[in-house]
Design a binder for this molecule. Structure first.
Ligand SMILES: Nc1nc2c(ncn2[C@@H]2O[C@H](COP(=O)(O)OP(=O)(O)OP(=O)(O)O)[C@@H](O)[C@H]2O)c(=O)[nH]1
Ligand SMILES: [Mg+2]
Length: 688
């Protein structure tokens, strides 16, 4: 069923964010059920929800990517953006928050504020996204609204403004008391709502919280504060008005409550989203036009301008671009220009996405979101504007990958399809990186965590029929020498026919770390004919590349070729290349060969309380802590030099060590000598 167009002040694009399992997808389902979009509530466990449609999601019982689900609520249109709570999929949380007019934080009243809640809050705060909180699962055992409210105030401060109190506890939870109107709303088994007085046993608490709330609101408006201090209680409408301003300014964060599973409080959440939630009309978007930053109003009659916030690689339709109309009205078959590439794009067919469904539309007005397929050059983050007026929305970088695996195509057919398939998946998932390590010759797939990589492999199989095997990432060890040694490289084959003969006397000397390779020609008296000396050097270089005593590239060596022998007939470039190679191998073996390992500089950001544990763990990884810095807000940054081989699974270990509250960056810094007692173990592990 087609949906009509809604004016910007009647649209609410709402991102559902919060910790994994807090109930976002179930809440989306409850909202769609109440709106009559679905006749029966689907369940995450059964894989029957509108939002969790990917087989990988259903298999795991959690959301892995952003899902869009629009519905009408009276004279409003609400675009739900159900986001994944699992940290590996934060890219889609960022995408949703970039276009959301309002973020609804779903917080379980059992588990309370969790690391995922805090992480999403930080993102929303950085983007200045208005926020509301839905305290969910109040029907569950051990659910506590008070405890959750305390945690919300403790973590997110002043702006937390409870608008409701639950009526009844746990299985007996069946209503909410509205603190603005001092009325209670009771839900029966069919979710039929009856408005009543606030139950007597709650009256005292309700009045106390009511007063706190009113005071919290009136301070946001000087005129209202003055009247309030004179004893005049503001009207509900006036209170809502000031509240809405506070929400739009991302200064006030209303808290409402309910149960997505039983449906209690869901209708009231819709009401609050419409009445005090911010709309695109409240929040102009800043774009860059040339050197100037310009605020763009969500005006349907202005120039058409669209921002692409998500790309989906659909195996059947191809590339699908999800966009928000920042201004003007976008119509079917309209031509717009990609501001990044300058390419002309025809928006052939426009549609709304709701879970798996595509609902065709002919136009999309400013402030609303929709989708279009098969645009040729458009990627996430691009803007579409009329010819000659290129503007861009300032980019927000994707999170840097923290975990890599080496991948190998299972068959030749897989290999043929691999590059395109990976490219398509990267378009859909900006946090995914693929690169070929020239030194270890491995193709590395890098992502935000183990689940992210596992899901990527499953998507490659499902969407593109590409099967990959994974193997451990090889550490690009190197070798060098620790002392000087001499050797004579001799290549002699003189058994009839054209012989081969060449002798090169070499001295190898260690160079400082990073010294690379130096070849010194100290040949005098034509001991080796001039034209063959480059061949000696070439033979040495190739041998160094092929690997020394441990099989790794040799670096930081000076080779002095100071003598040799040749044969007027049998000597050739090849014979001296071989002589150089043989001489180098022998000299190296005598020059105290050592294994070099890459060392990374690691910056770990952790809560103060976990600093000790993290530093202890780094010590157990042969890490050398360089220093710690307080970042404020209870966070510390620890900097350390750590052998890269000890960091291959650091993303996984740090997440469990810090309960997901730690993050890190690791960059290659230098090479260092591997302690002799570890060489055999590391080499064995590397060749296993
Ligand atoms: N009792 C109860 N269970 C709920 C409620 N809301 C969600 N659940 C259950 O909590 C579990 C997780 O719910 P989801 O909706 O998948 O949570 P989510 O926030 O989408 O999780 P992610 O997609 O992993 O981020 C499911 O088993 C739901 O049935 C609620 O209000 N009450
Ligand atoms: Mg979900």
């Amino acid at each position: 069923m087609a949906m009509k167009a809604f004016p910007p002040d009647r649209v609410r694009t709402v991102a559902l964010v919060g910790h994994g399992g807090s109930g976002k997808t179930t809440l989306a389902e409850a909202l769609l059920h109440r709106a009559g979009v679905v006749t029966r509530m689907g369940r995450v466990e059964d894989g029957t929800t509108v939002a969790d449609t990917e087989p990988e999601e259903i298999k795991r019982g959690l959301s892995l990517s952003l899902a869009v689900a629009p519905f009408e609520a009276g004279d409003h249109k609400i675009n739900l953006l159900d986001t994944p709570g699992y940290a590996d999929f934060v890219t889609d949380v960022i995408a949703a928050l970039r276009v959301a007019d309002l973020a609804v934080f779903v917080v379980s009243a059992v588990e309370g504020v969790e690391v995922g809640t805090e992480a999403a809050w930080k993102l929303a705060a950085a983007l200045g996204t208005p926020r509301m909180i839905f305290v969910n699962k109040l029907d569950r055992e051990r659910a506590s609204f008070e405890r959750t409210l305390d945690q919300l105030r403790d973590r997110f401060g002043q702006g937390i403004a409870p608008l409701e109190l639950p009526v009844g506890q746990e299985a007996d939870f069946h209503g909410v008391a509205d603190l603005l109107t001092d009325r209670a709303f009771m839900y029966d088994a069919d979710n039929k709502v009856t408005e009543t007085d606030v139950p007597d046993d709650m009256e005292a608490l309700e009045h106390q919280v009511h007063d706190t709330l009113i005071e919290g609101i009136v301070v946001g408006d000087d005129a209202m504060l003055e009247q309030y201090l004179e004893g005049k209680i503001p009207s509900f409408q006036d209170l809502e008005h000031v509240l809405a301003d506070g929400v739009a300014a991302a200064a006030v964060f209303p808290v409402v409550c309910g149960s997505a599973l039983t449906g209690v409080g869901i209708d009231r959440l819709v009401q609050y989203i419409c009445e005090i939630g911010s709309s695109p009309a409240d929040r102009p978007v800043t774009v860059q036009a040339g050197d100037t930053e310009t605020p763009i109003q969500a005006d349907p009659s202005a120039q058409p301008l669209a921002f692409v916030f998500k790309t989906v690689a659909d195996p059947y339709v191809g590339r699908i671009s999800l966009f928000k109309v920042l201004s003007g009205t976008i119509r079917t078959d309209q031509h717009l220009v990609n501001s990044r590439t300058g390419a002309d794009e025809r928006l052939h067919s426009l549609f709304l996405i709701r879970g798996k469904d595509h609902i065709e539309v002919t136009e999309v007005q400013a402030g609303d979101i929709a989708a279009v397929a098969k645009l040729s050059t458009v990627l996430t983050g691009d803007t579409l504007a009329p010819k000659g007026t290129p503007v861009v929305v300032p980019p927000v970088g994707a999170p840097a990958p923290v975990l890599s695996v080496a991948v190998k195509a299972r068959t030749q057919a897989d290999d043929d399809k691999l590059a395109t398939a990976l490219h398509r998946l990267q378009e859909e998932d900006p946090a995914l990186q693929v690169h070929l390590n020239e030194e270890t010759h491995q193709t590395l797939l890098a992502g935000l965590g183990e689940t992210h990589i596992a899901v990527t492999l499953e998507r490659l199989h499902r969407k593109f029929g590409v099967d990959l095997d994974t193997e451990d990432v090889r550490v690009p060890y190197r070798e060098t020498i620790s002392t000087t040694a001499d050797a004579e490289g001799k290549h002699k084959k003189q058994s009839g026919g054209h012989g081969q003969f060449g002798v090169a006397n070499l001295r190898v000397e260690p160079l400082p770390r990073g010294g690379g390779f130096e070849f010194v020609d100290q040949i005098v008296g034509g001991a080796i004919p001039r034209q063959f000396i480059p061949a000696v050097e070439k033979g040495i270089q190739e041998t160094m590349q092929l690997g020394g005593v441990y099989g790794y590239p040799v670096v930081d060596v000076r080779v002095i070729c100071y003598d040799g022998k040749y044969h007027s007939v049998d000597s050739s470039e090849m014979s001296f290349k071989m002589a150089g190679s043989a001489g180098f191998k022998e000299a190296m073996a005598k020059a105290g060969p050592v294994l070099l390992e890459p060392v990374s500089v690691l910056e770990v950001t952790v809560p103060d309380a976990l600093q000790g544990e993290v530093m202890g763990d780094l010590n157990s990884r042969r890490g050398r802590v360089q220093g710690t810095v307080s970042l404020g807000e209870g966070m510390q940054q620890v900097t350390a030099l750590v052998p890269t081989s000890e960091l291959l699974r650091y993303a996984i270990d740090l997440r469990s060590l810090t309960g997901g509250r730690g993050s890190f960056t690791a960059t290659h810094d230098h090479y260092d000598v591997v302690p002799p007692n570890l060489v055999d173990r590391l080499v064995a592990a590397a060749h296993a």
